[in-house]
Design a protein around this ligand. Structure first.
Ligand SMILES: Nc1ncnc2c1ncn2[C@@H]1O[C@H](COP(=O)(O)OP(=O)(O)OP(=O)(O)O)[C@@H](O)[C@H]1O
Ligand SMILES: [Mg+2]
Length: 339
């Protein structure tokens, strides 16, 4: 940001002496200085560059002592006109540019605010619905399992399968409501010593069936030493699971999945790389927005949850992706003193 825009675009500060709301004395001083410098520069340009050939031209057109008075008048008027017009045009242009920029930023900030409010409201409504639905779902599951026990062996096989389908559907619904509630709840960290190598191994083990089902070749590139940090184990495990699941889902026809860990002087790193569908820059921009999904059965909560967890640990998630080539999601966590 230039010095000028810093001065003009800053919000009025508390310690600043102000005439009116949004009108600061610093602004007036800067503008006066700007006008003086501009006027000086314009006069210099006039005197050094434009005046000699112009006066020469007037002398040619109004020659002799008889025209002296008229020459003087034309010269003076031209000089005043040129200097005042040039300074005015430059100052007004600068002002308009500043006002225009400020207005654009204001519109963008308003749009962001409206969007965030919409997403927050959507999140609250979803969490409320999930909360209301959770207890009846538990009841439904109990009734169904009770029913299954009662009619076990008394129904033909085809009908008994229907009860299993009901139970599966209830379990899926319960998982979805839990996911929404997990996202809506504040993450309370209970840090303890966690080895990211172990997390990576366990998650890939847990998802081995899905990995095999999609013919995905997995490589674990783990640091030789334990990548130890003071972390909240359940939320870090859930985050890693979400990210690896995303990588798997991006490679429905197979590909390469790499999970790597390393420790730098002040950072712990966990990276998940896939050779799947990849994302466009616009898709990357929206990746952390709740309920943003391209999947028919996705909720769009995996990435925002991951971001919430990692930020709460004081770390960050970096996403790099190219459409058709693949994606790398990197988690960077701070090395805490006691780790
Ligand atoms: N590794 C990846 N490769 C390609 N696209 C990805 C990848 N990770 C995330 N995405 C895109 O980002 C979107 C949001 O991901 P996110 O994990 O938040 O939600 P989701 O996977 O759609 O649903 P869920 O709530 O079940 O996780 C995905 O729908 C997908 O379009
Ligand atoms: Mg996901």
């Amino acid at each position: 940001m230039s010095v000028l825009s810093k001065v003009f675009l800053n919000e009025p500060r508390g310690e600043m002496v102000t005439f009116k709301k949004g009108f600061s004395i610093r602004l007036v001083i800067l503008f006066t200085v700007l006008t003086v410098v501009l006027t000086g520069s314009v006069i210099l340009v006039w005197e050094q560059v434009l005046k000699p050939p112009y006066y020469h031209w007037i002398e040619r057109n109004y020659p002799g002592p008889a025209n002296a008075a008229q020459r003087d008048r034309i010269e003076q008027r031209s000089e005043h006109f040129f200097i005042s017009m040039t300074v005015d045009v430059i100052v007004v242009s600068i002002l308009l540019t500043i006002v225009n920029r400020k207005q654009r930023r204001l519109v963008e900030a308003n749009q962001r605010l409206a969007h965030n409010e919409k997403v927050a409201t959507l999140g609250r409504v979803a969490a409320q619905v999930a909360h209301e639905v959770r207890n009846p779902l538990t009841g439904l599951l109990l009734y169904s399992e009770h029913l299954k026990g009662k009619i076990d062996g008394k129904l033909p096989n085809g009908d008994a399968v229907l009860i299993d389908k009901i139970i599966d559907t209830i379990n899926n619904l319960t998982a979805t409501t839990e996911q929404i509630l997990n996202f809506a709840r504040p993450v309370t960290l209970a840090p303890k010593r966690v080895d990211l190598n172990k997390v990576a191994q366990d998650v890939s083990q847990l998802l081995s069936t899905e990995i095999a089902a999609h013919a995905i070749e997995t490589k674990l590139k783990l640091d030789d030493a334990p990548v130890m940090g003071l972390l909240d184990e359940p939320s870090i495990r859930a985050t890693t699971l979400n990210l690896v699941l995303n990588a798997i889902q991006a490679m429905p026809a197979g590909g390469h999945l790499t999970i790597s860990t390393s420790a730098k002087s002040n950072k712990l790193l966990l990276a998940i790389t896939d050779t799947g569908s990849g994302m466009t820059p616009d898709q990357i921009k929206q990746i952390f927005e709740p309920f943003n999904t391209t999947k028919s059965r996705g909720l769009g909560l995996g990435m925002p949850y991951a971001q919430k967890v990692i930020q709460q640990h004081g770390g960050q998630i970096v996403v790099e992706s190219q459409p058709g080539k693949g994606t790398e999601v990197r988690i960077e966590l701070p090395v805490t003193e006691r780790s």
